[in-house]
Design a protein around this ligand. Structure first.
Ligand code: FAD
Length: 652
């Protein structure tokens, strides 16, 4: 039996970003003991990097805003493939979650009359993003950590131990979820979550968390692409952990390429320029100096966006008397437009387009509204955004696909396994609107915490972790230290990672074709074969090569899901553009592509990267009262005639 440090909790939350922390707070408030595990330092998650804001229909900028309008915008942004129940819960509950954050101590920017200020973002009808300059995510994390400290102080007063109910395990990577052994149909917890296995990044020592409920809140998958706004943590761990435990992933073909990542200079390549730059008046221009977005308003949005520069600029001053600027079309549309301009020879010399805020407002106003943007590009690249244009282009940013969950509770198909935040799927359909992630984390983080607590309270007996499962997880984690059999060439994890990123960048990127995706699948198959020969030097004490080797296993599995689903979906929609199937097809709107591991049985964790299958499944039709929020003319751009037979507007 491997030497393992053991802990026992009611709930283990994997991930300490916005979704994870909100789940921790909720489960603890229900009186349960909670471990929160994160592979980076506590406080350094992607949520910290979120800049522009958190979308919530509070109606502060325009009293016409409401949850219904937010719901409509979210469904339009996702091209009506969203899980409508999630979109409904999100739109209804986001304002309460933002106000609640203020009770934890958050300080959002204010309007002159003292209300929470809200900013414009792509695809949102009204200015809707509550923000703290361009450091909104930092404030979210800061206040949720503060809330956790206050709960720990309450626990100290009651038990004499600050960590009696909530304990943070930072710089600790979970590599496997463990299921209870025995009969999945019986009463012994077989097939249900029993714990999570991982290792301390510094010492390499193993650690086991025994718990009947696990909430996955591990974020995204961007590190499988070469150009990305994501940091080293985004290796799809939660997606892969869930798959290997027997849960499903949905919507994996939908990957968001944010239109404005820096393309030059190299020191900032891929780093995000917040959509807030365009929300506050910045405009996109090609190398001829033209504001090209007016040429790219797609048919489904015709009539909703300004058609002249004068009208677009007027809208910035007054949302009521003009239509919004096409610079703020949903991200998928803007990313494709930039791609076309560059392909058409109207890009910058480094393969991007220009984003100009410098000529649009005084320097001091830019620094006041966008302090981080100004500071970071000046420091990292000597680009002064108050004086010069930025060179921007699409960067891999966000995955709409993720773990299939019940909208109300966050539970997956594996008993005891819950998910929230970017690693869960459904909420954003084929394309996420900016600002809808931070609100998603708060709404569904809370719901997953509640769901996990309810599940634990309902249990009779807790599933037990089998020693054999622990040994098997330890063996898998240590495999990269074993040299390959004689005559077989050892692979370097960095080389294989670079190959994976190049493959996904070239062949499963922003624009895809059947031939390219097939070629990607061949290369992925070769990478999958070679992963068993990945070998690292040294020993377990802080060993970045080993960490990458462990993460690679997840990246390859998740990349296969993306490529297989992308091959199957023969249409273009949101974050999935097929050059060989350029139109959005109504017959595909209702179809979810569901990824699962083939032939999985509990305890077969010894397969490094298991095979995945992708199966089409229909979505549950939208509730009639929600469908009635849209007019028939708009729905008929997305739905088949048969689906709209009962719509009240039919026949108008
Ligand atoms: P994260 O905040 O990424 O947290 C993931 C956690 O999981 C981390 O603690 C990580 O250490 C941990 N983890 C991962 N794998 C493991 C493992 N195997 N074991 C243990 N721990 C693990 N969205 C908006 O709505 N508005 C914005 O303005 C905005 N701006 C953005 C700007 C940038 C630069 C980026 C990159 C994203 C932005 N987003 C924005 C998107 C948003 O920030 C993310 O989608 C969101 O923060 C994800 O939160 P999360 O809680 O799901 O995951």
């Amino acid at each position: 039996m491997a030497e393992v440090e053991r802990h026992s909790y009611d709930v283990v939350v994997i991930g300490a970003g916005g979704a994870g922390l909100r789940a921790v707070i909720e489960a603890r408030q229900r009186g349960l003991s909670v471990a929160v595990v994160c592979k980076s330092l506590f406080g350094k998650a992607h949520t910290v990097m979120a800049e522009g804001g958190c979308a919530a229909a509070m109606g502060n900028a325009n009293s016409k805003d409401s949850w219904q309008v937010h719901f409509q915008d979210t469904m339009r942004g996702g091209k009506f493939l969203n899980n409508w129940r999630m979109a409904e819960l999100h739109a209804r509950e986001a304002p309460d979650r933002v106000w609640e954050l203020e009770t934890y101590g958050a300080l959002f920017d204010r309007t002159p009359d003292g209300r929470i200020s809200q900013r414009n973002f792509g695809g949102h009808t009204y200015a809707r993003l509550a923000h703290v300059g361009d450091r909104t995510g930092l404030e979210l994390i800061r206040t949720m950590q503060q809330k956790i400290v206050s709960l720990q102080q309450e626990d100290f007063a009651e038990t004499g131990d600050y960590e009696s109910r909530v304990k943070v395990f930072a710089e600790c990577t979970i590599t496997e979820l463990l299921l209870g052994g025995g009969d999945p149909e019986g009463q012994d917890g077989g097939g249900a979550i029993a714990g999570a296995f991982g290792y301390w990044r510094e010492s390499g020592r193993f650690v086991l968390f025994e718990a009947p409920a696990v909430v996955l809140a591990t974020g995204g998958i961007g590190k499988s692409w070469k150009v990305t706004s994501n940091s080293w943590e985004y290796t799809g761990d939660g997606h892969a952990l869930a798959l290997r435990a027997g849960a499903n992933l949905i919507n994996m073909e939908f990957v968001q390429f944010h239109p404005t990542g820096m393309v030059w200079p190299p020191s900032v390549k891929g780093i995000l320029v917040t959509e807030g730059v365009r929300g506050d008046g910045g405009v996109l221009k090609n190398s001829d100096g033209n504001r090209f977005m007016f040429d790219y308003i797609p048919a489904v949005f015709k009539g909703q966006y300004a058609e002249t520069e004068e009208e677009a600029d007027k809208w910035l001053r007054d949302n009521e008397s003009a239509r919004r600027t096409p610079d703020l079309l949903p991200r998928d549309e803007v990313a494709r437009a930039i791609n076309s301009e560059v392909k058409g020879g109207r890009g910058t010399e480094h393969g991007g387009v220009y984003l100009d805020i410098a000529s649009r407002m005084p320097a001091e106003e830019i620094v006041r509204r966008l302090p981080s943007m100004h500071h970071q590009f000046k420091e990292l690249a000597d680009v002064d955004i108050t004086k010069e244009q930025m060179e921007v282009g699409p960067t891999c940013h966000y995955v709409m696909g993720g773990i299939e969950v019940d909208p109300d509770t966050g539970s997956s198909s594996v008993p005891g396994l819950f998910a929230a935040g970017e690693c869960s799927g459904g909420m954003h359909g084929s394309n996420r609107l900016g600002g809808n992630s931070l609100s998603d984390l708060l709404v569904f983080g809370r719901r997953a915490g509640l769901g996990a607590a309810g599940y634990v309270e309902s249990l009779g007996r807790r599933p037990q972790v089998a020693d054999a499962a622990v040994d098997s997880a330890a063996k898998m984690a240590l495999a990269p230290f074993d040299p390959p059999p004689g005559g077989v060439v050892a692979e370097n994890p960095y080389t294989l990672h670079t190959e994976l990123q190049q493959c996904m960048h070239d062949l499963v990127g922003i624009i895809r074709t059947d031939a390219e995706i097939r070629s990607a699948l061949e290369r992925l198959e070769s990478i999958r074969q070679r992963i068993d020969t990945v070998t690292v030097e040294g020993h377990r004490q802080f060993n970045p090569g080993w960490h990458l080797a462990v993460d690679l296993r997840n990246m390859v599995l998740v990349s296969e899901c993306v490529a297989k689903a992308a091959l199957m979906r023969t249409e273009s929609r949101g974050g999935h553009t097929r050059d060989d199937h350029p139109d959005m097809e109504a017959q595909w709107r209702n179809t979810l592509l569901v990824c699962s591991v083939i032939g999985r049985t509990a305890g077969d964790a010894q397969v490094t990267v298991p095979d995945v299958s992708v199966v089409p499944e229909p979505q549950t039709p939208m509730r009639p009262d929600l469908l009635a929020l849209f007019d028939f003319g708009e729905l008929s751009k997305y739905y088949t005639g048969a689906e709209l037979i009962g719509h009240p507007g039919k026949g108008d």
